[in-house]
Unconditional design. Structure first.
Length: 318
């Protein structure tokens, strides 16, 4: 690598989902484990960047770590559908050429983000779903498969029971779902060549029905990367889809010349809640600016800035 390239900024941000995470609601051991898993994802992703690897490789690797953690709603630890199973979604996007891959409704793929990367590289399509996505996985060496029950954890099963009890008690509308039963993991990165990428992965919404798919695998809604910035969102997916949230952030940077943080705040603190949704987003631009914004009480998140400053956080006021 040339000395010129090595002096270019590197940046990485990750999230593990936004929602109602009350200060003190996590026992110390769980809180420490969450910070540790976030830090491990940062370590893995940033090591790729620091050795000249691509932003695309970095976000895939970081999200893979988070998919294996039981504390986040993606991969192991995914929420349950109303039928008591897991349906997993993911997307990945390369900002340099706007190549993208997305999958939804997966049942047996251990790392959905890896299959999304294969869609990007090894298929003529962008978005594969359900049985077709699983059939595509059958053709891909190295894509690990697991029984659907491998994704199950007891806390998620308890969430399903609670959601179904609330439903049986004459629950009206969706207001009580705000920030409670959904989440995602995601990563955005800037590499030494000045390119950015984004990836997002999720188990969706607790007690979801009818093959519901949220924003995470929808390019432009929950995941976006272009020549200027990369965005990964977390929150109530229906509202992120309706507002094309990830692309809206990038469009404000591209067309209006907004600073990255201003663009993220306008969408996450303005557009999304104005229309009834909540959540957060992480973003990075080609100058190395990193933005992590949430309108909920918490969002699992971590960052490494170009100056090497790094950290992890859970609560809104961190």
């Amino acid at each position: 690598m040339s000395s010129t390239t090595s002096r270019r900024p590197l940046a990485l941000a990750i999230h593990g989902g936004a929602g109602v995470i009350e200060q003190g609601s996590l026992v110390p051991e769980v809180e420490a484990a969450i910070h540790a898993d976030l830090a491990r994802a940062l370590d893995v992703g940033h090591a790729i960047l620091a050795t000249g690897g691509s932003a695309l490789d970095a976000v895939e690797a970081a999200v893979t770590v988070l998919e294996d953690s039981p504390y986040f709603n993606a991969g192991r630890g995914a929420v349950f559908t109303a039928e008591g199973r897991h349906e997993l979604d993911a997307a990945i996007m390369d900002g340099r050429h706007r190549r993208a891959g997305a999958v939804a409704g997966l049942m047996t793929v251990r790392h959905p983000v890896r299959l999304a990367r294969r869609v990007l590289e090894d298929s003529p399509h962008v978005f594969l779903i359900g049985d077709g996505a699983e059939q595509f996985a059958d053709t891909q060496p190295g894509i690990e498969r697991v029984p659907n029950g491998w994704f199950s954890t007891e806390p998620r099963r308890a969430q399903l029971r609670e959601a179904q009890q609330r439903e049986q008690q004459a629950w009206h509308g969706n207001d009580d779902l705000r920030g409670r039963y959904f989440g995602t993991v995601g990563a955005v990165a800037l590499d030494s060549r000045g390119h950015v990428a984004a990836a997002t992965s999720t188990g969706g919404m607790t007690n979801k029905r009818w093959g519901r798919v949220g924003d995470s695998p929808v390019i432009g809604a929950g995941t976006w990367a272009d020549a200027r910035c990369a965005v990964s969102c977390s929150g109530w997916g229906e509202f992120y889809i309706r507002n094309a949230a990830a692309h809206d952030i990038a469009a404000r940077v591209a067309y209006r010349g907004d600073r990255l943080r201003d663009a993220v705040e306008d969408v996450i603190l303005g557009e999304v809640p104005q229309h009834g949704g909540d959540g957060g987003a992480i973003a990075v631009d080609t100058e190395g600016n990193v933005s992590l914004v949430l309108n909920t009480r918490g969002m699992y998140r971590g960052w490494v800035r170009p100056d090497g400053a790094r950290g992890t956080a859970i609560y809104q006021d961190a």
